[in-house]
Structures are given as structure tokens and as C-alpha cells.
Design a protein around this ligand. Structure first.
Ligand SMILES: [Zn+2]
Length: 162
């Protein structure tokens, strides 16, 4: 299929219910042509936080930024990234370093939000999709690119698949 024709036709013709519509990114071969992510800011930056080891209040050492890939916007077809600013602290009593808690947003050290992890696990465990199909579904319907090996790691870590 010629990409220009495919894209312009699908953008203008209103689909009937249940009609097959090709994915609008199907003919795109260059990464820079993919839709730009919508950036959403989240703040987890605090002046002081209690130390998770000893409970002593610890001042902020610095501000850090982290990008998390979230479920995208299915209406506009754009991916969605969270830019999280968070505070890193050092405890004056036990000298331990720790970050402001953001486990509600994402697992530690991960690049995806909890919403993406939960959706991926559900696709495999509840809907029975193979890992590769789950990875494709996440991109096609939720505009988040997750390598299938990452989906597999999440499912195995969740302990929900026999
Ligand atoms: Zn401490």
C-alpha cells in the first residue's frame, strides 16, 4: 500500500462500526515520523522527607528528573510521557541516601508507569495474549512501545502466570 494514500484516506473517511482500520503508523518506517509524545509533568520534590530506615527527617540533597512512559492518548494517537521531578535526600543520622517515594507512579528504576505494567500483565494473564501480541497491542491501542521481553519480565515478576 502506498503510505501517502493510505494515511490521507484513513484520516478523512469516517469508519463504520466494526470496520477494519489499518494502524496509522503501519506504513511509517522512520522513528522520527512517529507521533510526538504528549508530556505531562509530575512533582515528587520535597524539602524534607522521613528516612525510610530510621525515620529521621532528612533535607533534600538535589532535584532529579526521570521520564516514564505512560499509556498514550488513544483519541489523538499520541504517546504520553510523564516527566517526574523528584527529590533525593540524605539522612543526617544513618547517612543513607534515598529518593522521594513515587511507587504510586512507577516501580523503582523502571521506565514505565504502573498503569502500563498493569495493562501488560492483564493482556497476558487475563486475555491470554502471547508476549509479542501483547507488546503489539500496547503500541497499537495505547501508543506505548514495550519490548516483549520486558512484558515477559513483568508477567513473571507478578507471579500470576502458571
Ligand atoms: Zn536514617
Amino acid at each position: 500500500m502506498i503510505p501517502e494514500i493510505a494515511l490521507s484516506l484513513e484520516a478523512t473517511v469516517m469508519p463504520k462500526p466494526g470496520e477494519y482500520i489499518a494502524d496509522s503508523t503501519e506504513a511509517i518506517t522512520r522513528v522520527e515520523d512517529l507521533p510526538k509524545p504528549k508530556i505531562v509533568r509530575r512533582n515528587r520534590c520535597y524539602r524534607r522527607r522521613p528516612c525510610p530506615r530510621c525515620g529521621r527527617s532528612a533535607y533534600r540533597l538535589r532535584r532529579v528528573e526521570r521520564t516514564l512512559h505512560d499509556l498514550g492518548d488513544s483519541v489523538s494517537g499520541r504517546p504520553r510521557d510523564l516527566h517526574v521531578t523528584y527529590s533525593a535526600h540524605r539522612c543526617p543520622r544513618c547517612n543513607g541516601y534515598f529518593n522521594a517515594d513515587m511507587a504510586d507512579l512507577a516501580p523503582p528504576k523502571g521506565h514505565y508507569t504502573q498503569r502500563v505494567v498493569a495493562m501488560a500483565v492483564r493482556l497476558v494473564v487475563e486475555d491470554g495474549l502471547p508476549y509479542r501480541a501483547a507488546s503489539w497491542h500496547l503500541w497499537r491501542d495505547h501508543r506505548v512501545f514495550v519490548p516483549f521481553a520486558t512484558v515477559q519480565n513483568w508477567v513473571e515478576a507478578s507471579g500470576k502466570k502458571s
